[in-house]
Design a protein around this ligand. Structure first.
Ligand code: NIG
Ligand code: FE
Length: 414
């Protein structure tokens, strides 16, 4: 049995015997142990406590001991919303936007999601896998230990299945926890612009049965947005997915008060994601539901949208998670450290709230909280070991610095 011991940890962060989803005020409570040890056997956390407690035990200590004097240990980030599989970056659209073109004008020129879809359909499964694998490797070094990945740049039967097969292969080869989401309803392809029911039929009749047969997805997502999928279309597509056991996790209230939040809640969605555009009824509906609100601040930042109203959501008692939305159009970064920084700086989340939302609540938003998201006996040893830091608040405060010394995924240093 491989055993490793980390000693003299300045602060062991998010230590919990129980790990319920955190709502409202609970988000500010981040249980920590100062001057701590952490013991790992194989891929699992087996014990933790203070250094005084360690001195009192008569356990045989393992050969491999890491001295973490001055450093902190956190559970790895759980990034519950990404579009990690894509064929090409879109920095030329970024330049167009800098020169004044709007998102709608870029889309009208065949840019945006349709641009990514064209390139994805031209790429081979192997090319897509290699690109996504490279991104995943980078994200692991940045502390991500669990990630949800969506399809949605195929928009054809072959393209969507190709994306989902790439995600399945990533899941088979990587030691990080990966969840797959079918987002065939990301936008209407050109040829279905005037034939919504034709595309919805394609999703329901031709994509979903194969996805279910090959077990290619855990969740179903729809971009519920003005000019994309209406609340009624969203419900129709999600209900069809639910027949195959796919749970909804939907894009809601990004650009408009689209009704996406209420639609997701009515469907019993695991999460409603984005939430840049919220009013009181949407906030209250979320607070009164068991659906998690996933905030994607780097997408708001990149599109220069107002940030999500994190304080109002927390005050209302909502359960909120933080995720990167990594994608080539609206958030070309999957760096969760940046998401945590930005949440504090721009949305006034407290460091404790942001860390809880990016770890435990992120794990809940992708249904892996039984294995990840906190330092708990029996959970997977997926950890961030920081460089020496003066305090916990220093982590979101010192934006732009990489404070991660090493990352452990399932008991293995990466
Ligand atoms: O989550 N909102 C829809 N989808 C992506 C962006 C899509 C794109 O521009 O490629 C998002 O922001
Ligand atoms: Fe997204």
């Amino acid at each position: 049995m491989a055993t490793s011991l980390i000693t003299n940890i300045k602060q062991l962060v998010n230590v919990r015997e129980q790990w319920p989803v955190l709502r409202g005020k609970e988000l500010a409570d981040l249980p920590c142990i100062h001057n701590a040890f952490l013991l790992i056997e194989d891929d699992t956390i087996v014990s933790y406590g203070t250094m005084e407690e360690l001195a009192k035990t008569n356990r045989a200590l393992p050969a491999e001991t890491i001295d973490a004097t001055g450093k902190m240990v956190l559970p790895t980030w759980c990034d519950s919303h990404t579009h990690l599989v894509f064929a090409a970056s879109r920095e030329s659209e970024f330049i167009d936007k800098l020169k004044g073109l709007s998102y709608a004008e870029i889309a009208a020129r065949g840019g945006g999601i349709l641009n990514s879809a064209r390139k994805l359909n031209e790429a081979t499964e192997e090319e897509l896998f290699n690109l996504a694998w490279g991104r995943l490797e980078e994200l692991i070094q940045l502390g991500t230990g669990a990630i949800e990945i969506k399809s949605g740049y195929g928009l054809t039967v072959e393209g969507e299945l190709k994306m989902l097969r790439v995600i399945k292969k990533l899941r088979g080869r990587s030691t990080v926890t990966i969840k797959a989401t079918f987002l065939g309803a990301h936008t209407y392809p050109m040829e279905y612009k005037e034939d919504h029911s034709g595309y919805i039929d394609l999703i329901i009749q031709q994509m979903l049965p194969v996805i279910a047969r090959e077990q290619l997805a855990d969740y179903i997502d729809v971009f519920c947005e003005t000019g994309f999928f209406s609340p009624e279309e969203t419900a129709l597509i999600c209900k069809a997915g639910m027949q195959y056991g796919l749970k909804p996790k939907i894009h809601a209230n990004q650009l408009n008060l689209s009704g996406g939040v209420q639609t997701g809640i009515a469907l019993g969605a695991v999460s409603v994601d984005h939430l840049e555009t919220m009013d009181e009824p949407a906030i209250n509906a979320l607070a009164g539901s068991s659906t998690i609100g996933t905030l994607l601040p780097t997408a708001a930042f990149f599109l220069r949208m107002p940030f999500q109203p994190a304080r109002a959501l927390i005050d209302a008692g909502c359960a909120i998670a933080l995720a990167s939305d990594f994608n080539p159009g609206s958030s070309p970064s999957g760096n969760m450290n940046g998401v945590v920084n930005m949440s504090c700086i721009q949305m006034k989340m407290l460091p404790e709230e942001a860390i809880n939302a990016a770890t435990l609540n992120g794990a809940w938003a992708m249904e892996c909280a039984d294995k990840l998201g906190s330092i708990s006996v029996g959970k997977k040893a997926s950890l961030i070991l920081t460089k020496p830091v003066p305090s916990l608040a220093y982590i979101p405060y010192s934006f732009g610095s990489n404070l991660i010394e090493k990352v452990m995924i399932g008991g293995q240093w990466q």
